[in-house]
Design a protein around this ligand. Sequence first.
Ligand SMILES: [Zn+2]
Length: 501
Amino acid sequence: MKKCTFQLMFILISAFFLNLQAQSNWCGISAEDAQALTNYHLQVREDMRDFVKERNAVTYVPVRFHLVAKSDGTGRPTERLGLQALCLLNAAYADHDIQFYLKEFKNLNSTSVSTNPESFSGFNAIKSAMVYNAINVFIVDQIADPGVAAYWQGPPGPNGNDWIVASDNFVTTDNVLAHEVGHFFSLLHTFNGWESSGGWDPNVHGNPVGPNSPGNVPNEYVNGSNCTNAGDFICDTPADYMFGPDNTCVYSSNAKDPTGAALAPDVSNRMNYFYNCTDYHFSNQQITQINNSLFHSTRNYVRPGITPTLDIVSGSPALTKPAQLEKVDTYNYVELEWTAVPGANKYLVEISNSNIGNLRFIVNDNTMVVTNLLENQSYLWRVMAFNEYSTCGNYSTQKIFKTGAIFTDTAEIPNREKWTIAPNPVRSGQPILINLESDGMETDVSLFSMTGQLVHKVANYRFPGGISTLELPTDRLPAGIYIVALRTAGGVQTQRVAVTN
Ligand SMILES: [Zn+2]
């Protein structure tokens, strides 16, 4: 099967003088590409003819976002784009008993994929990054064809090239990902056969049009009498000969079908190319076809039968620590804290300034520690709450903190003698023993991963008299380096501990 590329092409014509921005696009699909997807569409229709989907049963489909940076790691799209795109995708399919959840974010470093995913090297890098247990969406800096917003590759299935690529400029535009997922689930454009035409033009294509489209697909009649074998092969989408790209969501042509009947295309159909519509939708038969593809054997791999957490996360956290403009003395140990948001089990934390750029972390708690900041600088930070299914939240209000010049390992807590960790390294499952001579001070003892995730905390602990020992469990901790931090009213001290398997 030949490569099947659906390209949603946008050209941005910025008319700055008029202070408006017109957006136009068309699809760069070749006749061969359209034929490959047509074959899949018809195969699904045939194979699933007798399939009846269980009513009111929601199918949850995992999505993996590959955040593609250049080979040197720069220019990576943010996790936030994936979360927003997932939010729009769920809204688009909410009425159709299909919902999507975040499988994971993966980072891919490849200049080819970032700037030219359709190139030979880009294609191969994507192919080797594929994991066939979710829909894989690659968010890239740009698709080399001028202004292409997104495409589904194909052919479908785990032995195919079953991925979606979207440009970071468009992945959160309403209907872009929903449209590509429509292709993923075997839908053709409502104007199938007209992609290469640049749009219907009476001077080129005639009015009435002839029997076949420029791509040699029979033109669908307005009365639908040939609908099963013409156009998009879907009978409840009206005849359409590609009247987009259009930004007004209004059809203003006067095209006639081969019998002379006037067209009335469905401009806000999700498989059309009209923009800024407020009532995007799939037709009932498109929904049936999507479900037939979802339950077709080519798509077993996106139906793991898992129901994600369904709690709805609404609202944003409030940043509580450090306080606004607070200076944290220890630049290599900055504890961040924010209010927990109901339903959230993940937080996207963003810290930025002009020297470090944009650092981002995903943690499971409403606290973390950052160990890789620079001394004597100001930082902006903000946090977004979400879970794998509910990703529509907004960032918190942004705040600022400053770092000092103290390196924590040398920071002294007044009146506290040396303390030790043993054993180090420690085998996962064995406790970490913290030994210190008691000084009666109340101490918060925390264990953090190197990515700042709080693993374990003993709050307000008072070491008993004499030399005493506190055990920190390491149950099921993956091997790696961790940070043990002791905080008192007088300051914080840290030591590193290695956990082995
Ligand atoms: Zn398309």
